[in-house]
Design a protein around this ligand. Structure first.
Ligand SMILES: [Zn+2]
Length: 233
């Protein structure tokens, strides 16, 4: 282990998030509702369209405690292979979860960065390809991608969100995040089955969170580009 926290030599040698495996808490919104359950999580080449390049196991904790409705931790299990020596290192450790109320009712999960002394509440954790542990951007001293790239991500996330909203918005209200009476969940359109509505609503929530996270990432990229510190999360 080791490597992080040793100081960054220069901006050019700072790995950015594209050179990492990213763990997005939004991928686990179902798993966290089933403490004890286990699911694989994989990374694929070529922007998600190519071959599987890595996989980890994720267990929602606690196991065998029926009194707990939502997972308090996710335990990640994986093996890191050193690509020079082929030496392997097994990892299994819990990542604590937090929940915050969300605008559409219910609550959403967040990771607490598992690095000792950190614990930042955050939506994404990263493992640089030469690293061992998943941790927040700050702990790994990761650079942000260019503002333009993260800006594109925000636009895409916003489009996904608007599409999800349009599917259940019978009154064709325009979702706008800055309005004081917004966001509110659209009501169930007449004639739509309750189950269908709930499914659309879940997708809408997920899309909203991804949009929020992308916006936050863009903010950090902008701040980094002008040398301003903003709090993580
Ligand atoms: Zn951290």
């Amino acid at each position: 282990m080791g490597g992080w926290g040793s100081g960054r030599d220069s901006y050019a040698t700072t790995p950015n998030v594209e050179e990492c495996h990213t763990l997005d808490v939004n991928a686990f919104t179902e798993l966290v509702d089933h403490p004890g359950a286990f699911g694989p999580y994989a990374w694929y080449d070529n922007g998600g369209n190519g071959d599987k390049v890595a996989e980890i196991g994720v267990r929602a904790l606690p196991v065998d405690d029926a009194s707990v409705e939502r997972a308090t931790h996710l335990r990640v299990e994986y093996t890191v292979t050193d690509n020079r020596t082929d030496e392997t290192t097994d990892h299994a450790y819990p990542i604590a979860l937090n929940y915050t109320a969300c605008n559409f009712g219910g609550s959403r999960p967040w990771f607490r960065c598992p690095m000792v002394g950190c614990g930042t509440r955050i939506g994404k954790l990263y493992r640089p390809l030469n690293g061992q542990i998943f941790a927040c951007r700050e702990c790994h001293e990761l650079g942000y991608r260019s503002c333009r790239e993260s800006g594109d991500e925000v636009k895409q996330a916003e489009r996904r969100y608007r599409r999800a909203y349009a599917k259940i918005d019978s009154n064709n209200r325009r979702p706008h995040p800055n309005s004081t009476d917004y966001p509110y969940p659209p009501g169930r359109p007449a004639g739509m089955h309750r189950e269908t509505y709930e499914t659309h609503l879940t997708k809408l929530r997920d899309a909203y969170h991804e949009w929020q996270d992308a916006s936050l990432t863009e903010l950090h990229a902008l701040a980094e580009s002008v040398g301003v510190e903003v709090p993580p999360g």
